[in-house]
Design a protein around this ligand. Structure first.
Ligand code: SF4
Length: 105
Protein backbone atom coordinates (compact mmCIF):
# COMPACT_ATOMS: atom_id res chain seq x y z
CA UNK A 1 0.00 0.00 0.00
CA UNK A 2 1.45 3.43 -0.94
CA UNK A 3 2.25 6.07 1.65
CA UNK A 4 -0.78 8.17 2.62
CA UNK A 5 -0.03 11.67 1.23
CA UNK A 6 -2.16 13.17 4.02
CA UNK A 7 -0.30 11.44 6.82
CA UNK A 8 0.61 14.73 8.50
CA UNK A 9 -3.04 15.48 9.20
CA UNK A 10 -4.17 11.90 9.85
CA UNK A 11 -1.35 10.58 12.05
CA UNK A 12 0.33 11.58 15.29
CA UNK A 13 4.04 11.99 15.97
CA UNK A 14 4.95 9.18 18.36
CA UNK A 15 8.70 9.58 18.56
CA UNK A 16 12.01 10.65 17.10
CA UNK A 17 14.61 8.56 15.30
CA UNK A 18 17.98 9.61 13.94
CA UNK A 19 17.02 13.30 13.95
CA UNK A 20 13.59 12.99 12.32
CA UNK A 21 10.02 12.44 13.49
CA UNK A 22 8.21 9.10 13.52
CA UNK A 23 4.48 9.16 12.73
CA UNK A 24 2.51 6.32 14.30
CA UNK A 25 1.01 3.96 14.91
CA UNK A 26 4.07 1.90 15.79
CA UNK A 27 3.88 -1.66 17.09
CA UNK A 28 7.36 -3.03 16.49
CA UNK A 29 8.47 -5.17 14.85
CA UNK A 30 5.38 -5.60 12.61
CA UNK A 31 4.28 -1.96 12.36
CA UNK A 32 6.93 0.75 12.14
CA UNK A 33 5.11 3.92 11.02
CA UNK A 34 6.33 6.74 8.78
CA UNK A 35 9.86 8.10 9.20
CA UNK A 36 10.51 11.75 8.40
CA UNK A 37 8.18 14.62 7.53
CA UNK A 38 9.34 16.60 4.47
CA UNK A 39 11.16 13.51 3.17
CA UNK A 40 8.87 10.80 4.48
CA UNK A 41 9.24 7.04 4.08
CA UNK A 42 6.40 4.74 5.11
CA UNK A 43 8.30 1.87 6.66
CA UNK A 44 5.13 -0.24 6.42
CA UNK A 45 5.20 0.20 2.62
CA UNK A 46 9.00 0.14 2.09
CA UNK A 47 10.20 -3.13 0.60
CA UNK A 48 13.88 -2.30 1.09
CA UNK A 49 14.49 -1.86 -2.62
CA UNK A 50 17.07 0.90 -2.14
CA UNK A 51 16.54 2.83 -5.38
CA UNK A 52 15.98 5.99 -3.30
CA UNK A 53 19.41 5.57 -1.73
CA UNK A 54 20.94 5.13 -5.19
CA UNK A 55 19.23 8.06 -6.92
CA UNK A 56 19.28 10.75 -4.23
CA UNK A 57 21.78 13.41 -5.33
CA UNK A 58 22.40 14.59 -1.77
CA UNK A 59 22.74 11.14 -0.11
CA UNK A 60 19.87 11.85 2.23
CA UNK A 61 19.00 8.25 3.06
CA UNK A 62 20.74 5.60 5.15
CA UNK A 63 19.83 1.96 5.60
CA UNK A 64 18.20 0.99 8.91
CA UNK A 65 17.66 -2.57 10.09
CA UNK A 66 14.07 -3.74 10.60
CA UNK A 67 14.26 -7.37 11.68
CA UNK A 68 10.87 -9.06 11.92
CA UNK A 69 9.01 -6.63 9.67
CA UNK A 70 6.73 -8.53 7.26
CA UNK A 71 7.85 -6.62 4.11
CA UNK A 72 11.62 -6.28 4.54
CA UNK A 73 14.42 -6.56 7.05
CA UNK A 74 15.86 -3.17 6.15
CA UNK A 75 14.33 0.22 5.47
CA UNK A 76 15.41 3.48 3.92
CA UNK A 77 15.87 6.04 6.67
CA UNK A 78 15.64 9.79 5.86
CA UNK A 79 18.63 10.60 8.04
CA UNK A 80 19.33 14.05 6.57
CA UNK A 81 15.90 15.25 5.46
CA UNK A 82 16.87 18.94 5.74
CA UNK A 83 19.31 18.39 2.85
CA UNK A 84 16.50 17.60 0.37
CA UNK A 85 16.51 19.66 -2.83
CA UNK A 86 12.98 18.50 -3.82
CA UNK A 87 14.07 16.81 -7.04
CA UNK A 88 11.46 14.06 -6.49
CA UNK A 89 13.68 11.33 -7.95
CA UNK A 90 13.14 9.07 -4.94
CA UNK A 91 9.37 9.57 -4.86
CA UNK A 92 9.01 8.88 -8.60
CA UNK A 93 11.22 5.81 -8.67
CA UNK A 94 10.21 4.01 -5.48
CA UNK A 95 8.58 0.75 -6.68
CA UNK A 96 6.43 0.59 -3.55
CA UNK A 97 5.35 4.28 -3.64
CA UNK A 98 6.52 4.47 -0.06
CA UNK A 99 7.95 8.02 -0.24
CA UNK A 100 6.23 11.41 -0.02
CA UNK A 101 8.27 14.57 -0.51
CA UNK A 102 6.69 17.78 0.82
CA UNK A 103 8.18 21.27 0.47
CA UNK A 104 9.20 22.64 3.86
CA UNK A 105 6.80 25.27 5.28
S1 SF4 B 1 13.50 14.49 -3.50
FE1 SF4 B 1 15.58 14.25 -4.40
S2 SF4 B 1 16.94 15.28 -2.91
FE2 SF4 B 1 14.99 14.90 -1.86
S3 SF4 B 1 15.25 12.93 -0.81
FE3 SF4 B 1 14.31 12.49 -2.81
S4 SF4 B 1 16.03 12.04 -4.21
FE4 SF4 B 1 16.88 13.07 -2.38
Amino acid sequence: MPIDPDFQTKRQVVGEHNGHKVWGPVEAPQKLGIHGTTSAVDWDSCIGDGVCIDVCPVSLYDWAESPGHPLSERKSDPARENDCIQCLACEMQCPAQAIKITPPP
